[in-house]
Design a protein around this ligand. Structure first.
Ligand code: C2E
Ligand code: MG
Ligand code: MG
Length: 449
């Protein structure tokens, strides 16, 4: 009995020690001994739960040669402090691990990929100070699909977020992330990485699509539409690259290029004493950018353009996303003299009741409705839309008028302007002045048919 008790006691003692040693061992193998940051083994210690995580990679860039100048020990300290800032700044139940010397992997309880990515940026917006020296560290962040812990353990979600982070690094963007609705595939990645260069090297150009004043059937305005003549892939249409660009910070150089290039052309028109107006498409990310206003004021000044020659096309979703800010931005542009159009109206979920709170000038009825205008129900919608818009003092532009029949209908409905292939396809930037000068107006074309 005593022997049994002794053996039992001893084995209890040993198994306790064994457990403690195991625990210590697990902790040791779960932590990078140089930086004291958990490594990827740490994932096995995360308790199972139903949470899904935004998976992100943070590249700690060493462009400033921290390693070379200060030595790897200091760099390890930088990695450690980066980890500390992340853990302090991110929501509870977030995890941070070191997967490579310059790379951290982050798991944040999923809310919204963009918001979660931005919370990483906010957490890293704390100076890294080592021995009283403020060290300038650059980070590049990539975020992938939201994933469960089980999926994270396969490492696949991190490989995807690594790709986004490398993409951000290559293009000098603070971050790039996965958007559920616009999943970016590998070949699209390659396309995106070429886009910045395309803007700088004249691979992009503008075409101009006339908008016709239906009261006198003459050209009222041109809408600038971007094209990308890729050296290998040929002509790429905006729907194939703008949604990708809108996922990244490249959306800012894009709008700068489009508006500036357009206004240079408008200046050429003005020099020929032709007073015409140009419309530009503005992405949501541009519209919410506080710098947009000043940039446009500068482009106008540099090209001696009157603001009333310019219209900005935004979509309903921009207004719905952040109505209060949009109101302020719209008011600033209106006070300047720039007009505002709501593009693709009817495609989103807003209503005229909703639009009435904004100081807008034009509503462009989406092409879908015009191409189906022979359908009775759609006709009724278009008719009611035009009447309501007029009551609210908005002018109406019918998009996508392709046939004389459609034109006749929208004219009868007292639509103010029309745009579409019936009149013309978008005109190349090199031909647009000539096109305008030689265009006899569209009344004859209507009479002819
Ligand atoms: P959007 O602003 O609604 O522009 C109208 C689009 O409809 C243009 O296509 C135009 O060519 C096309 N369209 C107009 N009338 C007709 C018609 O009668 N029939 C048909 N089949 N199509 C017609 P595009 O040039 O391919 O542009 C597509 C979209 O890409 C634009 O839609 C706009 O949202 C975006 N986009 C184009 N250029 C820019 C740009 O410079 N910046 C931004 N942010 N977006 C742009
Ligand atoms: Mg447009
Ligand atoms: Mg449109």
């Amino acid at each position: 009995m005593i022997i049994f008790l002794a053996i039992g006691g001893l084995s209890g003692y040993f198994s306790d020690r064994f457990k403690k040693m195991l625990k210590l061992n697990r902790t040791l193998i779960s932590v990078n001994q140089e930086t004291m940051v958990p490594n990827t083994n740490f994932m096995d210690l995360i308790p199972e739960s139903k949470i899904t995580y935004t998976v992100a990679s943070v590249i700690i860039s060493d462009r400033n040669n921290i390693n070379e100048v200060f030595g790897f020990e200091l760099f390890n300290r930088v990695v450690n402090l980066t980890y500390v800032h992340l853990i302090k700044g991110l929501p509870q139940e977030s995890y941070v691990m070191q997967s490579d010397s310059h790379l951290l992997w982050v798991m944040i309880p999923f809310q919204d990929t963009k918001k979660d990515t931005e919370s990483i940026i906010a957490a890293l917006d704390t100076p890294i100070i080592v021995n009283d020296v403020n060290i300038f560290v650059e980070y590049y962040i990539g975020a992938g699909k939201s994933s469960t812990l089980l999926e994270c353990k396969t490492m696949n979600p991190f490989r995807e977020s690594d790709r986004f982070a490398r993409f951000a690094e290559k293009n000098n963007l603070p971050y790039a992330y996965y958007d559920e609705s616009k999943a970016v595939k590998q070949h699209q990645f390659n396309l995106l990485s070429e886009f910045k260069n395309a803007l700088d090297s004249n691979e992009t150009y503008l075409t101009y699509h006339p908008i016709i004043d239906l009261t006198n059937m003459s050209i009222y305005q041109f809408e600038a539409l971007i094209r990308w003549q890729h050296p290998q892939k040929g002509l790429i249409m905006p729907n194939d690259f703008i949604p990708l660009v809108e996922n990244t910070q490249l959306v800012h150089p894009l709008v700068d290029w489009v508006v500036n290039t357009g206004l240079v052309k408008l200046h050429e028109f003005n020099e020929k004493e032709i007073k015409i107006r140009f419309a530009f498409n503005i992405s949501a990310q541009n519209f919410n950018d506080l710098k947009l206003y000043d940039k446009i004021v500068n482009f106008l000044k540099n090209n001696s353009i009157q603001p009333d020659q310019v219209s900005l096309e935004i979509t309903e979703t921009v207004l719905m996303r952040d109505p209060e800010t949009s109101k302020v931005v719209i008011k600033r542009f209106k006070d300047l003299g720039v007009t505002i159009a709501i593009d693709d109206f009817g495609k989103g979920y807003s209503s005229f009741a909703y639009l009435s709170q904004f100081e807008i000038d034009y509503v462009k009825i989406d092409r879908y409705f015009i191409s189906h205008i022979k359908d009775k129900a759609i006709f009724k919608i278009v008719e009611a839309s035009i009447n309501l818009a007029h009551q609210l003092k908005f002018k109406v532009i019918a998009e996508g008028v392709e046939t004389l029949e459609a034109l006749d209908i929208v004219r009868k409905l007292k639509c103010d302007f029309a745009q579409g292939f019936y009149f013309s396809k978008p005109v190349h930037q090199d031909d647009v002045i000539n096109y305008y000068l030689t265009n006899p107006g569209f009344e004859e074309k209507q009479n002819e048919s």
